[in-house]
Design a protein around this ligand. Structure first.
Ligand SMILES: NC(=O)C1=CN([C@@H]2O[C@H](COP(=O)(O)OP(=O)(O)OC[C@H]3O[C@@H](n4cnc5c(N)ncnc54)[C@H](OP(=O)(O)O)[C@@H]3O)[C@@H](O)[C@H]2O)C=CC1
Ligand SMILES: O=C1O[C@H](COP(=O)(O)O)[C@@H](O)[C@H](O)[C@H]1O
Length: 505
C-alpha cells in the first residue's frame, strides 16, 4: 500500500491463464504501467502459461494489442515496448499435466542461475476456479514455492461458490502455502477511492467523533453498472449478483466504512478490524430474508440511446434463468457503534448509470433554529464518497443564501481527484505491486472470505428454494426493481440515485 521509493526484489511472475482475458485486459497493462513508472526491479520476468500453441513473439504481440486497447496510457511507445517485452516469455502447457510443472521449475531455476540470485516467485492463478486445485497441488508437489518468505500465490475471484467450498479451497491452498503466502484478490480494494476511505476516516480527527449511531442515520453503498453480462453468461449463470459483487466487493467496502480504528497500518491489524465488522453483521433468519433482501433480473430496454437485450437473451444464459442480475440488502451491524443504523447495499447490471458510491446520511439537527417558512425542509448533512467513474468526496451542508433575508440553501464542499496532478493508477497496479512487495493489507484473509460467505448464506439458501420468480422484473436502463424502493421506504429512506448533489435533494 505504501510504495514510496520501493523497488521490489528480483521477481518472476508466473501467470497461469496467460492467454486469457484478465491477463490481456488488466494484468499486463498493470505491469507495463508499473514498468513505465519505475516500480519494477531490473531483474524481472513474466512467464505466461496456457494451452494455446504460441511462440514468444506471437505471445508478446498478443499482449501488445491488449495494451493498446486496455491500458490507461493507450498504445505503448515502440522503444519502451521493445525493452519491456524482453521480460516476457510463454510456456505452452496444460495445468493438468504434472510433467509441465517440472519443466517450469527448471525454467525458474535457470533464471535464478542467470541472475545469480534466488528471485521471488509469484504464481498468479488467472484460471477458472475448477483449475485452482490442480495448479496449487502440482506447484506443491515439485517444490516450486518452497520458500515461504519469497514465494506467493495470487488467487482470483470467485473464491468459492459458498461457505463450504471456500473453506475447502482454503484448506487445499494451505496444504502447499502458508496463509501469509496467499493473496486473495478483491480488485475493489485496490481502487484509489476505496483506499482513501481509510485515510479519510483515520487521517482526520474531524469525522471520527461523529462516525457512529449518534450522528449517522443510514449508510448506502451502491455499485451500479451499465454493462450486462457481456460474454460471461456461463460464469454468471452459476453466480448472480449476490455472489459476484456483494459477497466480495460491497461487503469489503462496508468493512472499511464500519471498522473500528486500527492501532497501526499493519496488514493483520487492518484485517482483524475488518473481520470484526463481518462477524457483527446480523445474520438473517430464513423467514426474514424477504424483508431484508431484494433481487431482480433485467429485461431488454434502452441504455444511452441503444437497444439492449434482456438477461435471458444473452449468450450462455438459460432462457428461463432465475439468476439475479440485481441485489439489494438491508443489513444491521450489531455492535456498540452501529446499533440500529441500516446499511443499504445494492448492485445491478444494466442500470441507468455507471456509478459506485457510498452515502453517509447524517441525522437532522436536533432542533430547528430557523423558521420553517424561511428554510423549507432543512436538508440534513450528507457525505458522499464517489468511487467511480466520478472520483470525489463531497459534504453537503446548509449555508445562508446571500442577501438581507435569512434564507438558507444547500452548500457543498468537494475533494475532487481530477484536480490532483498525478494520474490515478488502476487497481491492479496497486495490488500487483503489493504482491511483489509482500504487503497483504489489501488482500482477503481466509477468515474474511468465510465470514463474508456466512453473511450471505441465509439469503442464498432462501433464494434457492424458490424457482418460480417474477423475472425479469426491471428494464435495462432503469434503477432496478420497484421492490428495492420498498425495501428501504419502511425506514423513511430513498435510494440516492445519482452522486450529484443538486439533482438529488
Ligand atoms: N476477465 C475479467 O475481467 C475478470 C476475471 N476474473 C477471474 O479471473 C480468472 C480468469 O478469467 P479470464 O481471464 O476472464 O478467463 P479466460 O477464459 O479468458 O481465460 C482462461 C485462461 O485459462 C487458460 N486455461 C484454461 N484451461 C487450461 C488448462 N487446462 N491448462 C492451462 N491453461 C488453461 C486459458 O488458456 P488456453 O485457452 O490457452 O489454454 C486462458 O488463458 C477467472 O477466475 C475469473 O473469474 C475476475 C475478475 C475479472
Ligand atoms: O468482479 C467483478 O467486477 C466487475 C466490476 O468491476 P469494475 O471495476 O468495472 O467496477 C463486474 O462487472 C463483474 O461482473 C465482477 O465479476
Amino acid at each position: 500500500m505504501n510504495h514510496e521509493n520501493d523497488k521490489a526484489a528480483p521477481t518472476i511472475i508466473v501467470i497461469f491463464g496467460g492467454t486469457g482475458d484478465l491477463t490481456k485486459r488488466k494484468l499486463l497493462p498493470a505491469f507495463y504501467n508499473l514498468y513505465l513508472d519505475g516500480y519494477l526491479p531490473e531483474k524481472f520476468a513474466i512467464i505466461g502459461l496456457g494451452r494455446t500453441p504460441l511462440d514468444n513473439g506471437a505471445y508478446q504481440e498478443k499482449l501488445k494489442e491488449g495494451l493498446g486497447e486496455f491500458s490507461r496510457r493507450g498504445k505503448p511507445n515502440e522503444e519502451q515496448w521493445e525493452h519491456f517485452k524482453s521480460f516476457i516469455t510463454y510456456l505452452p502447457s496444460d495445468v493438468n499435466d504434472a510433467a509441465s510443472y517440472q519443466k517450469l521449475k527448471e525454467h525458474l531455476d535457470h533464471i535464478d542461475d542467470q541472475w545469480g540470485t534466488r528471485a521471488n516467485r509469484l504464481f498468479y492463478l488467472s484460471v477458472a476456479p475448477q483449475l485452482i486445485a490442480a495448479v496449487a497441488t502440482n506447484i506443491g508437489k515439485v517444490g516450486l514455492a518452497a520458500d515461504a518468505a519469497m514465494d506467493r500465490i495470487i488467487v482470483e475471484k470467485p473464491f468459492g461458490h459458498d461457505k463450504e467450498s471456500a473453506i475447502e479451497l482454503n484448506r487445499l491452498l494451505t496444504r502447499t502455502f502458508k496463509e501469509e503466502q496467499i493473496y486473495r484478490i478483491d480488485h475493489y480494494l485496490g481502487k484509489e477511492t476505496v483506499q482513501n476511505i481509510l485515510v479519510f476516516r483515520f487521517g482526520n480527527a474531524l469525522f471520527e467523533p461523529i462516525w457512529n449511531r449518534n450522528y449517522i442515520d443510514s449508510v448506502q453503498i451502491t455499485v451500479a453498472e451499465t454493462v450486462g453480462v457481456e460474454d460471461r453468461g456461463d460464469y454468471y449463470e452459476g453466480s448472480g449478483a449476490l455472489r459476484d459483487m456483494i459477497q466480495n466487493h460491497l461487503l469489503q467496502i462496508l468493512c472499511m466504512v464500519a471498522m473500528e480504528p486500527p492501532v497501526s497500518f499493519d496488514a493483520e491489524e487492518i484485517r482483524n478490524r475488518k473481520v470484526d465488522v463481518l462477524r457483527a453483521v446480523r445474520r438473517l433468519k430464513p423467514e426474514e430474508v424477504h424483508m431484508y433482501a431484494v433481487r431482480g433480473q433485467y429485461a431488454g430496454g434502452w441504455l444511452q440511446g441503444k437497444k439492449v437485450p434482456g438477461y435471458r437473451e444473452e449468450k450462455g444464459v438459460n432462457p428461463q434463468s432465475n439468476t439475479e442480475t440485481y441485489a439489494a440488502l438491508k443489513l444491521y451491524i450489531d455492535n456498540w457503534r452501529w446499533q440500529g443504523v441500516p446499511f443499504y447495499l445494492r448492485t445491478g447490471k444494466r442500470m441507468q448509470e455507471k456509478t459506485s458510491s457510498i452515502t453517509i446520511q447524517f441525522r437532522p439537527v436536533p432542533h430547528s433554529t430557523f423558521p420553517q417558512s424561511k428554510v423549507g425542509s432543512l436538508i440534513p448533512n450528507r457525505l458522499t464518497i464517489n468511487i467511480q467513474p466520478q472520483m470525489d468526496i463531497s459534504i453537503r451542508f446548509i449555508a445562508k443564501r446571500p442577501g438581507l433575508e435569512m434564507n438558507l440553501q444547500p452548500g457543498e464542499m468537494v475533494f475532487d481527484y481530477d484536480k490532483c496532478s498525478t494520474q490515478t493508477p488502476e487497481a491492479y497496479e496497486t495490488l500487483l505491486l503489493d504482491t511483489m512487495q509482500g504487503d497483504a493489507t489489501l488482500f482477503m484473509r481466509a477468515d474474511q472470505v468465510e465470514e463474508a460467505w456466512d453473511v450471505i448464506t441465509p439469503i442464498l439458501e432462501t433464494w434457492a428454494t424458490r424457482d418460480s420468480l417474477d423475472f425479469p422484473n426491471y428494464a435495462a436502463g432503469t434503477w432496478g426493481p420497484e421492490t428495492a424502493e420498498a425495501l428501504i421506504a419502511g425506514q423513511g429512506h430513498v435510494w440516492t440515485v445519482s452522486p450529484h448533489l443538486f439533482e438529488n435533494k
